[in-house]
Design a protein around this ligand. Structure first.
Ligand SMILES: CC(=O)N[C@H]1[C@@H](OP(=O)(O)OP(=O)(O)OC[C@H]2O[C@@H](n3ccc(=O)[nH]c3=O)[C@H](O)[C@@H]2O)O[C@H](CO)[C@@H](O)[C@@H]1O
Length: 360
């Protein structure tokens, strides 16, 4: 069983683990457990796996009416977790973080079923910290995680990335065709994380005329919540080389088409960008726990493997940063070379081996 979700940063590593496991053990039955109404309930079946949903809710840190229903939802999700575990009888349960992994792994651990946690970030949330006490293995992507987890069970594997992203060779031309891009214009890929990013969208809006004047075409993922508003602005602008999407399914092709990438610094985006080795300008979200996206990005900036643009400077300064990078091929090459050095393309297989060990 694999549990967790809420955003792409939890869902896609889960799918990458499932795919790597099935490649080695094709006769296995895998069941995902997610949270009702969240993104995983759509993305997991699209990837070809079954999923059950728990009625779960996060506890708001501030006093909020939403907290009134929290105990009832928690009780319901614990009950359903018990029932799912009894029916499915898994050999192991993997938790990737996000709402559903808490109750499911808690009940699995009570029943003595081996559990493995995959933590994507350099900072661990409360749920994973609590679950780690009884987990058999904690697979992490960053060093120094002893601060949060029992040292003897930590394994640094890197974040598991979908297989089609691992090798982009020969895909660039087809990728441009796929998105309807011009074959001969430079491509600026804009990524706001799985849900889209308001500030990045505003920064692009402010500079999109300038980008077109500089001769770039934009492949711009703006997020579901912002799509309608951004579409109207793009249509109203009369620009010809802005290709707006709410969500990109074929991320391998998006990466393959790009000359330069502007991205939030969610853990999986960072891991994928190191594998594809593109020059990137990170604009970390300031709205995440312990400012972990800035830490994710800084680990790369320190190695001269990426450029950092602060969220509060993005509107107004994005074009200057992009122009500087696009004009400096040797810097683009250096960033590409350095970011590739930080890649961990074998993460999914290493997690599969860890799972085999805990099951044995
Ligand atoms: C606002 C927020 O809470 N962000 C967190 C969330 O980010 P978020 O869900 O944005 O996750 P990441 O940046 O880590 O990963 C995004 C994933 O979605 C995929 N993708 C994205 C856009 C798209 O159009 N198509 C697509 O397939 C990417 O290829 C990647 O696999 O989880 C991450 C991992 O725990 C954290 O580091 C982030 O801080």
């Amino acid at each position: 069983m694999i549990s967790g979700g809420g955003t792409g940063g939890h869902i896609y590593p889960a799918i990458a683990i499932a795919n790597a496991w099935m490649e080695k053990h094709p006769d296995t039955e895998i069941l995902f457990v997610g949270a009702e109404g969240k993104m995983e309930m759509q993305k997991v079946p699209e990837a070809g796996y079954k999923i059950e949903g728990l009625k779960v809710a996060g506890l708001q840190r501030s006093l909020s009416l939403a907290n009134v229903s929290f105990p009832f939802k928690l009780a319901s999700s614990l009950r359903k977790s018990r029932q799912l575990l009894a029916d499915f009888k898994p050999n192991a349960v993997v938790g990737v973080g996000g709402y559903a992994s808490g109750p499911l792994l808690f009940v699995a651990q009570n029943k003595g079923i081996p559990t493995l946690i995959q933590e994507q970030n350099s900072y661990a949330g409360l749920t994973n910290k609590l679950l780690s006490k009884r987990a058999r293995r904690i697979c992490v992507a960053y060093p120094g995680m002893e601060e949060f987890f029992p040292k003897d069970r930590i394994q640094v594997t890197g974040n598991p990335v979908r297989k089609d992203i691992l090798d982009l060779k020969g895909k660039s031309e087809m990728a441009k065709f796929h998105f309807g891009l011009q074959p001969d214009k430079k491509v600026l890929l804009i990524l706001g994380g799985s849900l889209g990013a308001r500030t990045i969208n505003q920064a692009v809006l402010a500079d999109m005329v300038g980008f077109e004047e500089s001769g770039y075409q934009l492949l711009w993922q703006c997020g579901k919540y912002y799509f309608q508003e951004m579409s109207q602005k793009v249509m109203g602008s009369g620009l010809k080389h802005v290709y707006l999407m709410e969500f990109i399914r074929e991320m391998d092709l998006a990466y393959a088409a790009a000359d330069v990438v502007v991205s939030r610094a969610g853990a999986l985006s960072v891991s994928e960008l190191s594998i594809v080795g593109k020059p990137v300008i990170f604009i970390p979200s300031p709205n995440v726990a312990e400012d972990h996206q800035t830490k994710n990005a800084m680990a790369y900036v320190k190695e001269i493997a990426a450029v950092l643009l602060k969220d509060n400077h993005a509107v107004g300064q994005l074009k200057k940063e992009v122009d500087q990078l696009m004009a400096d091929e040797s810097k683009m090459d250096l960033l590409s070379e350095n970011i590739k050095k930080l890649a961990r393309p074998d993460a999914a297989n290493r997690i599969v081996s860890a799972l085999e060990e805990i099951i044995a």
